[in-house]
Design a protein around this ligand. Structure first.
Ligand SMILES: Nc1ncnc2c1ncn2[C@@H]1O[C@H](COP(=O)(O)OP(=O)(O)OP(=O)(O)O)[C@@H](O)[C@H]1O
Length: 355
């Protein structure tokens, strides 16, 4: 799917804007502080229900206003709306109705964000990489989110019992269910990473042809041991530490170059390309498996990349056939592709530009 209309009101420095983006490549350009990233942030809000810049949603409300309102019509006809009040009230609508859960938004509008902060995927701890894998598992199986939250609830209960030094028999009651859901999650994750590897190979060959990158899934415990058995075997250690040390909540995506972690072996530009390759591959696999399209949001595409790599990245994004929003300060830096639509942002005012 793609956004065929986007309306933004009282969001950061954007008082009011209405856009009809192209289904392909959209360029959003303007000087520093004009409001380019805010457009991407607004789209992100409409899918994820929060910002990618801050966990304090009220920070995104325009300073002199009490609420912001966002609306999008998707190419398939669905209408998503979100209103956020300064006092914390949230009103989310899908086709005029309140959804059962916030994740219903993301299910309708799958997004991939590439921003200068996306390095965190490689440089930070495993949480970001787990979320990366789970994006694919979530979009490829509607049951995934429910099973994942059940597993998390069980984990919380088990950890509470461990801290209370509850009798082993009592803790073991949870182990069986945890193992059941945990195996299920792990199987879905592993399947997604396998598919991802296929798509990734071709993209990496283009982006980093001389770099031998290996991507592997680490499930969070020794693969030779069944999860229930592991939980039982590690009970004593878990009681001592007061939490469950191993399991699917410790899963990770390992990225290695010549057997070393990729982050220790690649330049900044190469790391950015690797992150881009990973994110592009997510959308490609979603298209192959679910015949669904995701929307790419690329903030400050030009930074860290030479002209040749910028061209390569834009071409790869274009080849996915998905809708893409790219921000840039100087549109001349990205003049190597034909943009389907260009939007100029100035002091929060957005105008579509004729070619
Ligand atoms: N809650 C808010 N209300 C009003 N203005 C805000 C609010 N939050 C941030 N701003 C301002 O909105 C402007 C737009 O910020 P944004 O990050 O979208 O700009 P940008 O065009 O992406 O800039 P850059 O090229 O430097 O990344 C900034 O000038 C910022 O000071």
């Amino acid at each position: 799917m793609a956004l065929s209309r986007l309306q933004i009101q009282h969001f950061r420095n954007i008082q009011s804007a209405s856009l009809e983006p192209a289904g392909g490549l959209n360029l959003i350009h303007g000087v520093n502080g004009s409001g380019k990233t805010s457009v991407l942030e607004a789209i992100w809000f409409l899918s994820v229900g929060r910002s990618f810049r801050t966990h304090l949603a009220h920070r995104s409300i325009a300073h002199d206003q009490s609420q912001f309102t966002l609306f999008t019509r998707l190419s398939e006809g669905d209408r998503l709306g979100l209103q956020r009040q300064r006092d914390g009230d949230n009103d989310v609508r899908i086709n005029g109705e309140r959804p059962q859960r916030l994740s219903d938004l993301a299910a309708l509008l799958p997004l991939q964000l590439i921003s200068p902060e996306s390095f965190a995927l490689l440089l930070d701890g495993p949480k970001a990489r787990r979320e990366f894998i789970d994006w694919g598992a979530f979009h490829s199986d509607p049951q995934f989110i429910g099973v994942w939250s059940r597993y998390r609830r069980l984990l919380k209960q088990r950890n509470q019992l461990l801290r209370q030094q509850a009798p082993a028999r009592q803790i073991a009651i949870w182990d069986q269910q945890m193992a059941h859901y945990g195996q299920w999650l792990t199987e879905r994750r592993s399947r997604w990473v396998n598919s991802l590897n296929g798509a990734l190979e071709g993209i990496i060959r283009q982006f980093l042809p001389d770099v031998p990158i290996q991507v592997s899934f680490s499930q969070g415990w020794d693969t030779k041991t069944e999860l229930e058995q592991l939980l039982q075997q590690s009970l004593e250690r878990d009681v001592q530490l007061g939490y469950t040390v191993s399991g699917p909540h410790k899963a990770d995506l390992r990225l290695r170059v010549d057997k070393l972690p990729a982050q220790d072996n690649l330049s900044r530009g190469q790391l950015k390309l690797l992150v881009c390759a990973l994110k592009i591959a997510q959308g490609v696999v979603l298209g192959q498996q679910q015949q669904r399209r995701c929307v790419y949001l690329v903030d400050d595409l030009a930074s860290e990349l030479d002209q040749g790599r910028r061209t390569l990245l834009l071409e790869q994004l274009q080849q996915t056939g998905n809708q893409v929003f790219v921000t840039a300060i100087e549109p001349e830096q990205l003049a190597m592709v034909r943009w389907d639509k260009k939007f100029h942002v100035e002091h929060g005012r957005i105008t579509e530009q004729a070619d």
